[in-house]
Design a protein around this ligand. Sequence first.
Ligand SMILES: Cc1cc2nc3c(=O)[nH]c(=O)nc-3n(C[C@H](O)[C@H](O)[C@H](O)COP(=O)(O)OP(=O)(O)OC[C@H]3O[C@@H](n4cnc5c(N)ncnc54)[C@H](O)[C@@H]3O)c2cc1C
Length: 390
Amino acid sequence: MDFDVSDEDRMIVDTATRIGEAFGLEYWRKLDSEKAYPREIWAAICQAGLAGVALPVEHGGSGLGMVQMARAIEALTAGGAGATLAQMFMLTPIFGGVAVSSYGAETMRTDLLPKIISGKVRFSMALTEPGAGSNSLEIKTFARQNGEGWLLSGSKIWITGVEEAEKMLVVCRTTKKEDAQRRADGLSLFVIEPERAGVSHHPIEKLGTNTLSSSTVFFEDVALTREDLLGELDRGWPALLDVLNTERIVTTAGLVGAGRLALKLAGEYARNRRVFAGRPIGSYQGVQFPLAQASAEIECASLMNLKAAWLCDQGRPYGGEANVAKLIAAQAASDAIERAMQVYGGMGYAKESHLERLWRDARLFKFAPVSEEMILNFIAQHDLGLPRSY
Ligand SMILES: Cc1cc2nc3c(=O)[nH]c(=O)nc-3n(C[C@H](O)[C@H](O)[C@H](O)COP(=O)(O)OP(=O)(O)OC[C@H]3O[C@@H](n4cnc5c(N)ncnc54)[C@H](O)[C@@H]3O)c2cc1C
């Protein structure tokens, strides 16, 4: 194993750090309060080539991999954004870029990948339904054959970024579960525009991640063509799992960045705040230990995530590592931010301290895109060989 960081990776991290800090804490506080989309930072990220870091050179990407994407996101999110910025990577470079480059037809790749990399096209991804969250195979949204194409009907919930997206990756059934040989057969992926006739969407009021809307989406006989199909008909599930695992790597990288940012803020405050006998509160072990514990866990999560990313880049199985890293990162980032708020005392509750935003945003990742419980189920069953419990 080689833990050295290459010169190329170092340059990527330097660029990401510069952009992350240029659009720092105040930028995100303003956007959060206005519920405004982070247009300017995404433009800067695309201009620097970071959206295309893991995408093919022939379509304008850097042809590197998930290791570089993870490193870039860690640095970007630590600059002030926190975990939400990682969602922008999930949506477009992952659900757009990785999905299209891995499974798209040549015409789709040639059309969409350069636009994804340059920031011209943004994606959203519609999997979750009111009746199917953790149990994705229960989705009911159905595309029924109509001549050469299909008509799509059903509803989705919590679809992030659809208000701002030019494209949406839709997961639906093309063969009903009861007619499929196996539960996992009969799912298909389509790429459509949210403006297409028969699609409607409505934002949901939510706790945090205010800079990206999350919406209910309805499909009423939306016409789909062969060109909209991504990958093989009825064989969408394995392709989706493949893409979802890269999403975990991106999520974890964002949580690592958010955790490091919170610990940096906590450290700065703890070194300066004096309450008793002129001593800084950071000199008390009661203040230090929880921060040190969170720091240790965040660094372990980062390492496990880089291992998952490296395995992914080698074309080897990495789902287990990616899930473990995400589990620990979500807990450690939440703990780091929570403890940072505690260090700030009353000021941790003030908007101007930024921690309350990081706290609201990081909370999401304990249950999304995959919940703690479902990861523990996976570890118990696959790593420990215990019987499936559900
Ligand atoms: C802000 C936000 C943004 C999102 N963005 C998107 C998006 O862009 N696209 C998209 O498709 N989805 C999105 N989601 C949906 C998200 O992925 C789901 O919320 C998540 O997968 C959990 O599904 P659920 O909410 O239906 O919870 P449920 O599946 O109903 O689970 C509820 C609880 O029960 C637990 N549970 C369920 N089954 C078991 C079991 N077998 N063993 C132990 N515990 C269990 C879960 O862990 C969880 O704690 C988003 C959600 C939110 C809130």
